[in-house]
Design a protein around this ligand. Structure first.
Ligand code: PLP
Length: 375
């Protein structure tokens, strides 16, 4: 099996699966219970929060567990709108965000907020001067991604955070770092960001777990009300198996981050070389600033048809973004690709466990598909 769709989701790491299993079958107490089994779970919860906080260069008290990237993003955006909507109704974002951001913003627009979407260029980059010129006195939030999930462009969050706080000190800054964790160093305080969203299933933890970093001086209203778990920010009994797996996955990925990046860089370079040599009718979409997300259009091969040929060879990639589910990709459209290029685009996304053999299998399968589809 050659799984090259790691930006959609990843295989759960062995140790992360083991601790989840232990939390389900042995250490299954409720962390709020006043007995030793509860205490044991509370300890596991504390450890996991420390592990995630370390990965985010944050204090444990700044980390709130959520159900994933989508919930973290929604919490930051709607929480800011609710708390500061009286002060201002202007929000800035970009036109290449994940749908969790774009749809949340659309909802706020329908409630009277005004959103400025910065346009990305052909490589998925944002013009800093344009960003600067859009900041207003009534801007309450700037929300953008760190790494684009479809083309791997990286936004200059450090520079943008600095500019935002200089021009409008009261405006809050949210970063969707779902595709950035363990691909780049995450340093929210250096970036002057108030919120940062991450997701467990993109880094080897189970699905259904994420975290929202909230800088310690920032307060937003809770999204879920009830038993006051997560310091009142998110009520509901904690998803302990998933939380523990997230903590362990962070610990493991942090230890190997440097080697993993070097390995994935080697894979990305090998992919580029093989594509250039063996698939001359392939064109790269965007420059991709990180090695783990690569996007190519395979001329003459409609992506959903090509995907089926790849699948017959046990090679798994995405057509654009997994969330797009066959719909036109707003990101590829935003960077100005023609309908033909969009129709034939595939996203190849690596995990540190991928090998050159996976790329060889991909190239062979593409050539097999192309020999039929390009006739
Ligand atoms: N943001 C980005 C950039 C993503 O790639 C994804 C998932 O693909 C999300 C947010 C949503 O994360 P989750 O699947 O954990 O809800």
């Amino acid at each position: 099996m050659h799984y090259l769709d790691n930006s959609a989701t990843t295989k759960v790491l062995e140790q992360a699966a083991q601790i989840a299993m232990k939390c389900m079958c042995e250490d299954f107490g409720n962390p709020s219970s006043q007995h030793s089994m509860g205490n044991k779970s509370a300890k596991i919860l504390k450890t996991a929060r420390e592990q995630v906080a370390k990965a985010l260069c944050a204090q444990p008290s700044e980390v709130y567990f959520t159900s994933g990237g989508t919930e973290s993003i929604n919490t930051a955006i709607f929480g800011t709108a609710k708390k500061y909507g009286k002060r201002g109704k202007h929000i800035i974002s970009t036109n290449i965000e994940h749908s969790a951001t774009l749809k949340s913003l659309k909802q706020l627009e329908s409630e009277g907020f005004e959103v400025t979407y910065l346009n990305a260029d052909q490589n998925g980059h944002i013009d800093i001067e344009e960003f600067k010129s859009q900041i207003r006195d009534d801007t309450i939030l700037f929300t953008c991604m760190l790494v684009n999930n479809e083309i791997g462009s990286v936004l200059p969050v450090a520079e943008m955070g600095k500019i935002l706080k200089q021009k409008c000190p009261n405006a809050l800054f949210h970063i969707d770092a779902v595709q950035g964790l363990f691909r780049l160093d995450i340093t929210p305080s250096k970036w002057k960001c108030d919120f940062l969203s991450v997701s467990g299933h993109k880094i080897g933890a189970t699905k259904g777990i994420g975290a929202l970093y909230v800088a310690k001086n920032v307060k937003i209203p809770p999204f879920l009300h009830g038993g006051n778990q997560e310091n009142g920010m998110r009520s509901g009994t904690e998803a302990m198996p998933a939380i523990a797996s997230f903590g362990v996955a962070c610990e493991i990925r942090m230890q190997s981050m440097k080697q993993d990046i070097t390995h994935v860089e080697m894979l990305a370079q090998y992919l580029d070389e093989q594509m250039a040599e063996k698939v001359p009718f392939a064109v790269k979409n965007g420059e991709s600033d990180v090695p783990h997300v690569q996007n190519y259009s395979i001329d003459g091969c409609k992506s959903e048809v090509l995907l089926r040929v790849l699948e017959m060879n046990e090679v798994y990639v995405s057509a654009g973004s997994a969330c797009a589910k066959g719909h036109e990709s707003h990101v590829l459209k935003a960077i100005g690709l023609s309908a033909k290029r969009m129709d034939t685009a595939i996203r190849i996304s690596f995990a540190p466990t991928n090998t050159k053999e996976d790329i060889d299998a991909l190239i062979t399968a593409i050539l097999q598909g192309a020999s039929r589809l390009r006739r």
